[in-house]
Design a protein around this ligand. Structure first.
Ligand code: GLN
Length: 373
């Protein structure tokens, strides 16, 4: 991690705006390489809206199979029938449909922000000394394996890993710093802490508390455990919209740079690491099948949010609070799957390879028919 880059982001977090702007002035360039143009044609504005509308109608059918989270009592009050999407291409207009301006809590989507800031402020080695970079294959709040030998959390996008990251962040930044950074990177100054959800989760977070104390016993968390837990839970309780998530995804899709004004929010390396972990670990124990079915790096949260990054093409935010067994938005996953197929957003899709016949889609349909997925 370049120290100068660490300092820039650190100062940004601390709110030293003019200094940061001066330092970033030379780097305010957007790299619109030919790949962006080529892929942008695949998601041309007018037709995309119709395609997404059709995908939403299909996705709605999934809602009755899911349920809102109730282990955080306040989340149980959400209306499961809500569904919204915002797709914001790097070039072109934002497409918004359904409940895309409804506020909901970020929950685990905030693990992406924690990781960005930790990589920028603390550096790559300190972060990966505390957490691994492997998918866990376990539930998001699992304690399994954590006490085996001297194992550290599998990755920063599950609860144990994010709590370890919070232990690193706590001496460096305050929650207010994180909130300010979140507002900026989501281009949404209205993001606030949802006190009701925060209080509700703090009363029922015995699993996270157990994980945090276990991490302390292993020397992974060295900060005050209760303060670390509060910091983590506050991050989860920030109120966003599908549109704010699309704004964040759009910056990740463009190498950490805003495609609107050219401001850099993180190094290229941080953007690449975050997107890779979103692809391999962003959907917990559903990450592998989601990567095969959808092929777009995505991070979910039990508030119903999905943050997706169609690299070099678009940022996507989805909101649908009815969840599947893994705690991922059930209609949101279906919606992303449909638009990935229809708009050719799969990371491994290449129009040059699939001119004659769309082999990928044929194989997927066959697997579905044979109940493999
Ligand atoms: N705040 C939630 C928890 O820690 C976040 C989990 C999630 O969104 N998957 O349990």
């Amino acid at each position: 991690m370049a120290d100068s880059n660490n300092k820039e982001v650190h100062q940004k977090l601390k709110g030293n705006k003019s200094e940061i702007q001066k330092k970033l002035a030379g780097r305010n360039t957007i790299h619109m390489d030919p790949v962006i143009d080529r892929h942008y044609q695949l998601i041309g504005a007018g037709k995309s809206k119709e395609i997404i509308q059709r995908a939403m109608d299909l996705a709605r059918e999934e809602i009755p199979k899911g349920a809102v989270a109730t282990y955080i009592p306040e989340l149980g009050k959400m209306d499961p029938h809500q569904l919204g999407i915002c797709l914001y291409p790097l070039k072109g207009d934002k497409i918004t449909l359904g409940d895309c301006d409804v506020r909901f809590t970020m929950q685990s989507v905030s693990k992406v922000i924690m990781l960005i800031v930790a990589l920028e402020v603390c550096g790559l080695k300190p972060v990966f000394r505390k957490v691994g970079m492997e998918p866990s294959g376990e539930a998001f709040d699992s304690l399994v394996e954590l006490d085996v030998n001297d194992s550290k959390p599998y990755n920063p996008l599950i609860n144990s890993g994010a709590l370890a990251v919070c232990g690193l962040l706590l001496p460096e930044v305050s929650f207010q710093d994180m909130l300010r950074f979140t507002r900026n990177i989501c281009s949404d100054q209205d993001i606030e802490l949802n006190e009701d959800v925060f209080d509700s989760e703090m009363k029922t977070c015995s699993r996270n508390r157990s994980i945090a104390y276990l991490l302390e016993s292993k020397g992974i968390i060295t900060t005050d455990v209760e303060d670390t837990l509060r910091f983590y839970t506050k991050m989860c309780s920030m109120n966003v919209t599908a549109e704010s998530l699309a704004n964040l995804g759009r910056k990740l899709a463009n190498d950490g740079v805003s495609a609107s004004d050219g401001k850099r929010y993180m190094s290229s390396r941080t953007a690449r690491i975050v997107k890779t972990l979103m692809l391999t670990c962003g959907m917990y124990d559903g990450s592998g099948s989601f990567a095969i079915k959808v092929g777009i790096p995505t991070k979910s949260g039990v508030g119903g949010g999905l943050l997706s990054v169609s690299d070099k093409r678009a940022g996507i935010g989805v909101f649908g609070p009815a969840l599947d067994a893994q705690g991922n938005s059930i209609a949101g996953c279906k919606l992303l799957r449909e638009i990935s197929n229809e708009l050719r957003l799969n990371l491994f899709y290449d129009p040059e390879w699939n001119k004659e016949e769309d082999m990928g889609e044929t194989v997927l349909r066959e697997m579905q028919e044979n109940s493999v997925m």
